[in-house]
Ligand binder design. Sequence first.
Ligand code: HEM
Length: 420
Amino acid sequence: MDLKDIDLLDADRFVRMEHHEMFRVLREEAPLFWHDHPDGGGFWNVVRHRDVRNVNRDNELYSSEVGGISIANPRIDRDDGVFVDQRGLNMLYTDPPKHTRYRRLVSKGFTPRMIGLLEQFLAHRTTLIVDNIIETGSADFVEDLAAELPLQAIAEIMGVPQEDRHLLFKWSNDLIGIDDPEYEGDPGVAAMELYAYAHELAMARGINPQDDIITKLINAEIDGDRLTDLEVDVFMLLLAVAGNETTRNATAHGMHALLSHPEQLHLLQSDVDKYLDSAVDEIIRWASPVLHFRRTTTAPTELLGTEIDVGSRVVIWYISANRDSDIFVDPFTFDITRTPNDHIAFGGGGAHYCLGANLARAELRLIFQEIALRMPDMKLEGEPERLRSNFIGGIKHLPVSWTPGKRIDPPPYERDVSLP
Ligand code: HEM
């Protein structure tokens, strides 16, 4: 492949997994690469680990606030698209100081103690998720296993009754799956429905506070400053998308990788306690479920020796950075013992570094531990069906089978302390 064959807008190339080869060529031959866009704008692409990090950390020059944050389908993320209407309200679309204020307030719902308590609840849910299907011996790994824990976690944070969690599943699919024919929902409609739903929940909590994270978020206060009602609604929308697809896809990619590299699965099963943490980070690196983010320059600048204009779109490709051979030994080898593992799947350490990173890691630990111990002989029954997107690296369906096992039927979960 050479440079003239690169097409980062054709989502089918990502379905066919050709992007790894495109990015390998770019890392070697054109680490800053100009790509035309049908709207006439075009965009710069940054593909090496250290360069992605540098752009990611410089919020002053590379802004999330003055333009869209992806090059995905322009219906959801052109500069005047559905998501951008919330500019200034959705924290992903803000820069410091607006972002700093927002982040400090929402972080009150994501303290290590909150996540620790959530993890206890999720450990119980993980047992139930596997209980639900263990007797059947076969499943769609994505819908029946991978999707469930992230959905239940977000539902718990948002105060969504667990029986409504499938609404979240549909809305987030419609928002993210816009380039994929399987998800035909209108992202504008999904966003509006989700707002209305989140708004009702938040209003109910305002009138009738509960011992839950959403109540903490609504009441979070720093020096008399609080989130407005609209900011709470928008944050709920962000959580429903950011916390769902990402972790679901990391889980699905991780299972596919383990089943396609049985020696790695056996290694994990040989000593789950020993290998679980490094396996989870290798799964996240391997999956890199968020393929890219986009920034817009706030001043003329020089990037990798090239002059670029103010207002330029700059796309940082996490998926490429996480296969950079300058940083990772044998980056195309799936190695659950990889240490160090300096992947940047959660962002390169800038202001927007993933708020849910610890929660995502906790969810992955829970689900892979449960599967390794209770469904030890799981095997693939077909090829993964991939999401058609150049923004989210997703697997929609993954048929698997295993020897049917027994339910555990744990007693109902009761938290014995209040949230801090
Ligand atoms: C494997 C799973 C996940 C991956 C790979 C992932 C990845 C990312 C990335 C790449 C960013 C943007 C970083 C940047 O622009 O520098 C981000 C931001 C964010 N993530 Fe995650 N994420 C995951 C799970 C979660 C979960 C479980 C939640 C919530 C429960 C979450 C909530 C957020 C939020 C709220 C932001 C915006 C932070 C800000 O703007 O300050 N993510 N995530």
